[in-house]
Design a protein around this ligand. Structure first.
Ligand SMILES: C[S@@+](CC[C@H](N)C(=O)[O-])C[C@H]1O[C@@H](n2cnc3c(N)ncnc32)[C@H](O)[C@@H]1O
Length: 448
């Protein structure tokens, strides 16, 4: 076994032993375990995505569980987002599969885990340039508040580029170009590039931008029709290098598939088929995945503006409910959670409903994970605590209890103090900011 895997496995064994001796949690810093991991690794930076997991966490566990290099293991991520776990899985020699309810996330994750000859991508870029030059005006797709986000001449250029990409016949090349196009469409929009959810830059309020005002002014000045293809070309070239880097570092790609709902991923994976699950599920009240993807979803025709709501409905942790849904009292089946929510309901019925629905849906997701795990297989869950109505709410502990009911036993608990993960802004006084991340390692009982 390589020495790094040996060290990771020894560390895991030490955490297990500490738990057996009564330790409830160990504090860790995953960045220091794998400090040589650079953000620019393989395809990780192909496309931005909110609340991305740091690669250090999956990298550490994949290393620890890859005990026998002669046998190919399977790792799944049922909430795979842009595919951080899947990319790390390939880099560590695993076969990988995932699920995500956001079609843009699935597209990004597919492209990030796929091998395509980088030279053919560059040849395709040259053909695209020619095709765009030949095209007359093209109809733009239905993008939410298109005129709010773009100058009209930028819309015209992006529409031509999009039409040219749609003519690419090879799916692998077309999807790679679509991901690059989504990055470009966001870059050419008037949305603040520092934020994951689109917020239009308003230079009238430049004192609010302080030191960033100059950077944002330059960003807006760069939005000329001539720059659309130039920007796209740069993105394609950089991303083609990332694909090359993935291919140079990993064994031949072994992506099993990417499904659309964590609650039924076992139907794709098969029963008792997965060795390891590493996942960071959404948070209670995390409604922003679809909103932050709305420009890409619209430009790529993955969701029209009137379809965004129904996409959001598939999101565990969502925030929008009708009055009649909120009025309905929901039991999570966890006594402690139900008692806490009964109290919260008196203060804020909507917040209580959001949390209750979250646990009901996470139960279904755990049931699917339990089905697909091999007996003795592990689930590594990365999740933060919340506050609800200004009260501490121990989501990790409650999820652990839920997993236990389903047949997953705790092996150890870790806490890592996070620095930044996109979505974690304090939005309002009732839904809280997450300041640390819990990592729970649970094992499926061998007898079940
Ligand atoms: C914390 S993010 C995961 C980020 C991912 N680890 C990465 O590095 O990009 C949680 C993800 O769960 C997805 N999600 C929410 N509900 C889901 C469901 N029912 N099935 C699958 N994915 C879901 C969201 O779309 C979001 O991408």
């Amino acid at each position: 076994m390589p020495s790094r895997a040996r060290t990771s496995l020894d560390t895991v064994e030490a955490w297990k032993e500490a738990t057996r001796r009564g330790a409830s949690v160990s504090t860790v810093d995953f960045r220091s375990f794998t400090s040589d991991l650079v953000p620019e690794r393989a395809t990780h930076l192909l496309h931005a995505y909110p609340a991305k997991l740091i690669p250090h966490i999956p990298n550490f566990f994949l290393n620890a569980f890859r005990q026998d290099a002669s046998k190919q293991l399977v790792v799944a991520d049922p909430f795979c987002g842009s595919g951080t776990v899947l990319v790390e899985g390939l880099l560590n020699g695993f076969a990988v599969l995932g699920a995500d309810s956001n079609p843009l996330a699935r597209l990004i994750a597919r492209v990030k885990t796929r091998y395509v000859d980088p030279d053919s991508l560059l040849r395709s870029l040259a053909r695209l340039k020619k095709r765009v030059g030949e095209l007359d005006a093209c109809e733009p797709p239905r993008v939410v508040n298109l005129n709010h986000w773009y100058k009209p001449r930028i819309v015209a250029e992006l529409s031509k580029l999009r039409a040219a990409i749609a003519t690419i016949r090879t799916v692998e090349i077309r999807e790679f170009m679509e991901v690059c196009f989504s990055v470009c469409a966001r870059k050419m929009s008037m949305a603040d590039p520092r934020l994951s959810v689109p917020v239009r830059i308003n230079m009238q309020r430049k004192e609010q931008y302080a030191a960033h005002a100059r950077q944002l002014r330059r960003h807006l000045a760069n939005q000329t029709p001539e720059n659309v293809f130039l920007t796209f070309s740069e993105i394609v070239r950089r991303n083609a290098m990332r694909v090359r880097s993935l291919m140079n570092q990993a064994l031949p790609s072994n992506l099993i598939g990417i499904y659309d709902d964590a609650r039924s991923l076992h139907t794709l994976a098969g029963k008792n088929s997965v060795d390891l699950i590493v996942t960071s599920p959404p948070y209670i009240g995390a409604q922003k995945y679809i909103r932050s993807s709305s420009l890409g979803l619209g430009w790529l025709g993955l969701a029209r503006p009137d379809e965004l709501r129904s996409l959001e409905k598939a999101n565990i942790g969502r925030e929008h409910y009708s009055t009649s849904e909120v009025a309905e009292s929901l039991s999570t089946g966890l006594r402690e959670v139900d008692e806490r929510l009964l109290h919260i309901r008196k203060l804020n019925p909507l917040r209580a409903h959001i949390a209750a629905q979250y646990f009901v849906e996470m139960r279904a997701a755990f049931a699917s994970m339990h089905q697909m795990l091999k007996p003795g297989g592990c689930l590594v869950l990365v999740i933060g605590p919340n506050t609800i109505c200004n009260q501490q709410f121990d989501t990790p502990l409650y999820l652990e209890n839920l997993a236990h009911e389903i047949g997953l036993e705790i092996e150890f608990r870790l806490i890592d103090h996070i620095r930044s993960r996109g979505l974690m802004t304090k939005r309002n006084r009732t839904a809280g900011m997450i300041a640390s991340e819990w990592v729970l390692c649970l094992r499926k009982q061998s007898a079940s």
